[in-house]
Design a protein around this ligand. Sequence first.
Ligand code: FAD
Ligand code: SIN
Length: 543
Amino acid sequence: MSRLRHLPATATSWTSEADVVVVGAGAAGLSAALAAGLARRRVLVLVKGGLVSGSTPLAQGGLAAVSLAEDSVDAHVADTVVAGAGLTNETVAREVVGAAPDALRRLREWGAHFDDGPPGLEGGHSFRRITHAGGDASGAEVHRTLRVALERARVEVWRDTVALDALVDDDGRVVGLLAGRVARSAEGAPVGALEVGTIRARAVVLATGGLGQVYDTTTNPFDVTGDGLALAARAGAALTHVEFVQFHPTVVYQTGRRGVAPLVTEALRGAGAVIVDVHGDAVMAGRHPRADLAPRDVVAVEMRRRMGEGDGPSTHLWLDATRVGASRLAREFPTVSAACRAIGIDPATEPIPVAPGAHYACGGVRATLDGATTVPGLYAVGEVAATGLHGANRLASNSLTEALITGRRLGEWLGSGDAVAERPGPGAPPAPGRGVDPRARAPLTRAMSAHAGVLRERTGLESLSEDLDRLGVAGPGPLDLATVEATNLHAVATLVARAALVREESRGCHRRRDCPEPRAAWERPVVLRTSRDAREVGVEASP
Ligand code: FAD
Ligand code: SIN
């Protein structure tokens, strides 16, 4: 059926106002808030939990930007386009890749400390061009730098405040947000009902990151539940490329463990680590000219095949990093080394159990490089947005730079003269529904991993859609965070399943067993749009 469920009705108990509300405090949200704040807009940043949240602080590999004399913007664009498998917008790629060195320079000016020495190499890159910090703790340094700058700019941040739905006026313009304050226990767990209110705003910026939590195993943290994508869908925005979910090949595997799993950066393969099977044979040997450093979609699919066909376990393979050496592991890969030690593995002497895990949403809310979506007043930047840069598969380490660049562009635009001139009138959230029972979350993520993972096929995707239709509705009673997240995850799963069913070919990180080849006629985006009243997920454009 592919119908979205709406959040249950809830009474409001407070109101507020701002020029710009930014939802999310990752690289994209902080960059947008900072630029608009420096232009003296009244900016409000909402963040579901604490300020250190989202995927940004966890980023390991680093930031892709041309720095060596033998490299060029043309070469970086070409690698981005190859990874994007026919769906990258080359003009967009040129803009982002061309602006990446400047984004790094700006961070340095704000006090970021990046590592000295030659840049790193990751999958799909034909030159060394990955700048990192603290070895494999690059995102933490980017986030720290942005937080300090935000504090200096005195931008207001509301922690423990979750964006629920957009308020839309009669002309279809977003004029604010419905949001809920989250109460927490002494241990930090959300407790009780949300205290819901409205914020009237001239611009609402979605910077909510990806959707990894819709799968059983993911590198994404707990707060990354696809809220912005679900909110935009309910507001009637066009969404594109949502079928292209990138699975990172090397996510630490632990028997029986679900949810967030540590990443093993691709930079480790750049330093010589090799994916091996139960016999110690290199899985990527002879499978691609770049072997272990082939684009991620290629590596993840080869791993799944070997896990399905080999004589080893069907659950995982191994990453042999022993040849990297103990001192280099300690110096350049402290995050990975610590994650391995935490599960009793010494990566200097034994292989690390790994399997592909959900990592990055290549698609999202259709947006320009300045963050404009198809709904006036609603903007999207960072991982929640689909600008055309990543196409069907993101090139490693292109996303932090994209988030920094698009966030700043949008913030500067919102800070400029004409962008947010009018005072917004009244608006309303979408008609209420019954939401999704939080207990449905585990069956939902299991079904997504089984049917919309690295390899997909029609029958599985159809059965996933039926499963989603059957998931239980939320009980009566005040709205809580668990119900909001379950309802949003249901929306995300519905959208991914719909787009994956429509795209009857294999391309980038969307691989269908029943149609294993790319089809030239399908070198176009699938665009989904939901009418605010009907709730039916419509396919606005497809090949
Ligand atoms: P995020 O950083 O994910 O931030 C989202 C924010 O939105 C968070 O503050 C969250 O709490 C908040 N939020 C979500 N929903 C709501 C809501 N409803 N209300 C209020 N707040 C909300 N990319 C690279 O380029 N290089 C790398 O080396 C790299 N390594 C990675 C390693 C890991 C482990 C992961 C998970 C990702 C990695 N990526 C990397 C991808 C990259 O980190 C992300 O794409 C990028 O950080 C996304 O930034 P963002 O600002 O869009 O979202
Ligand atoms: C990694 O370090 O392997 C992740 C980089 C990325 O996702 O861009």
